[in-house]
Design a protein around this ligand. Structure first.
Ligand code: CUA
Length: 177
């Protein structure tokens, strides 16, 4: 199988093979230079220059070529436009602008606090924590997330914020498309 250099895995395999080939070639030259043959004294400086040149070329080349494989930011032009969910935290509840969002579409969370320091921990239907965002008075925290599957997700405050902290929760329903 020939690796597809356009895929990140393919790029890694290509880099691995190129590195192995260069390492093998240089090792061979070093072995020749050290073998004590008639021209071995002149081989060693050439090996050094070759080695530095090759490593430099490969390093610069791979970095330049791999620029095309880097996805800058999590929302590319091919992605659907994100759905914005504004979450305002206050003692001891969340006000969620639209508590129903579609699965498979990027969701931009914009989190604020109306009073004190809170946070937002988002749990999937199995109770696994997916991510956390801080809710700070006078500030705004943003996070982008794409829900892979529908279900009832749970918001919980993970920053101690007073007596009702343990009860501070909310629901977000992710709908199938
Ligand atoms: Cu809000 Cu703890």
């Amino acid at each position: 199988m020939v690796p597809d250099p356009a895929a990140p895995r393919g790029a890694f395999l290509v880099a691995l093979v190129v590195t192995a080939l260069i390492l093998g070639g240089v090792t061979l030259l070093v072995a020749l230079a050290r073998s004590g043959g008639p021209r071995s004294g002149r081989l060693l400086p050439i090996v050094r220059v070759l080695w530095l040149g090759l490593v430099g070329a490969v390093w610069v080349g791979l970095n330049l070529v791999s620029l095309g494989w880097v996805r800058l930011g999590r929302v590319g032009p091919a992605d659907p436009a994100p759905v914005t969910v504004e979450v305002e935290a206050r003692v001891w509840s969340y006000r969620i602008s639209n508590p129903q969002v579609p699965a498979g579409v990027p969701v931009l969370f914009v989190v604020r606090s109306a009073d004190t320091l809170h946070s937002l921990g988002l749990y999937d239907p199995d109770g696994q924590l997916l991510f956390t965002l801080m809710a700070m008075p006078g500030m705004e925290e943003r996070g982008l997330f794409t829900f892979p599957r529908p279900g009832r997700y749970r918001l919980r405050c993970l920053e101690y914020c007073g007596l009702g902290h343990g009860l501070m929760a909310g629901d977000l329903v992710v709908q199938g498309r």
